[in-house]
Design a protein around this ligand. Structure first.
Ligand code: PBG
Length: 325
């Protein structure tokens, strides 16, 4: 026998030497929910260990995040009031705009990325304005561009459109450029599937659609080639980073997109992925930390360069302490 793969698995030192996937906390992004109100830090029932913060308590979690060694956050807003056209998304004193102004002042060393979408702000919970029962793509574009611009004016370092309207990357790029923000990158949720894995998030953000579903704008999870079509069109429109979402059931797609493009690829390990691990651990049927490690490594091994995860702080600690690659 000439080939004995076990030779290189014999000791921790050898396994460390030949390890193929190595991670860094620099590529982690921690999602945070901000809501109206004062003195609030409320646990999200569907996402144990994750909280909604009011603007005044937000600095605590920002400090915790920075201390954990996670350099970037993604902010999601939960407005006090919603309306038909989601005006809270682009309001001067909207929740994200206020959160950014405070965050940039209190914790300027973090990188602030904002989720650009309408669903948390519309009374009907869809990701754009309605024409009857349909989401009107082209009438939504200027509102998304306006939202992105208002985030950047309030201090966002990067914007991340998650609405899945056609042409929104181009619309946002054009508006940012015209207003002197040509240096602000766009991380596009380019390949976003219509997924039951978003369930806990929708409870967290109160953004479940009031009728129907998101299948007329988010992607059908039976499709692979369509992911390449979406990624390519966002690249042409000027996206700087391409995201695949969810992560765990879509490792094949992450690999395809990584092979296709010379842009950095991000993966969003979404709320349902987090909740499943938490629930399994609570039941005592899986080991939480080992499962976090294995799933995170699989996402990077599949080709992702960046990871959005509700476990970001834990992952950073695990990397620092040498408990994962
Ligand atoms: C907004 C948005 C969603 C998520 C990120 N941005 C929800 C959705 O599309 O319904 C999901 C994130 C998660 O589940 O963790 N459109």
């Amino acid at each position: 026998m000439v080939n004995r793969p076990r030779r290189l698995r014999a000791t921790p030192a050898l396994r460390g030497m030949v390890r193929e996937t190595r991670m860094s906390a620099d590529s982690l992004i921690y999602p945070i929910f901000v809501r109206e109100g004062k003195g609030i830090r409320e646990e999200i029932p569907s996402m144990e260990g994750q909280y909604r913060y009011s603007v005044d308590t937000l600095p605590y979690v920002l400090e915790e995040t920075a201390k954990a060694g996670v350099p970037s956050v993604m902010l999601f807003g939960i407005p006090g009031e919603k309306d038909e056209c989601g005006s809270g998304a682009y309001a001067e004193d909207g929740i994200i705009q206020k959160a950014l102004r405070t965050a940039k002042k209190e914790m300027p060393e973090l990188t602030y990325i904002t989720d650009v979408c309408m669903c948390e702000y519309t009374s009907h919970g869809h990701c754009g304005v309605l024409d009857g029962q349909e989401v009107d793509n082209d009438r939504t574009l200027p509102l998304l561009a306006r939202t992105a611009l208002s985030h950047v004016r309030a201090g966002a370092d990067m914007v991340a459109p998650s609405d899945m309207m056609d042409g929104r990357v181009a619309a946002i790029r054009e508006t940012l450029d015209q207003n002197g923000f040509s240096g602000i990158p766009i991380m596009s949720y380019a390949v976003k599937y219509a997924s039951a894995f978003y369930g806990p998030f929708r409870e967290a953000a109160g953004s479940a659609p009031a009728f129907g579903d998101r299948k007329s704008y988010q992607m059908d999870f039976h499709n692979r080639k369509e992911a390449l079509k979406e990624a390519l069109s966002d690249i042409v429109e000027g996206a700087d980073i391409i995201m695949v979402k969810p992560a765990l059931s879509y490792l094949d797609i992450i690999r395809e997109v990584a092979n296709l493009s010379n842009l950095p690829v991000a993966a969003y390990s979404v709320s349902g992925e987090y909740a499943m691990i938490k629930a399994g651990a609570k039941l005592g049927v899986i080991d939480e930390e080992k499962l976090i490690a294995e799933t995170v490594v699989s996402i990077f091994r599949a080709g992702s360069n960046i990871l959005l995860s509700y476990f970001a702080k834990e992952i950073a600690a695990m990397i620092r302490e040498g408990r994962i690659g």
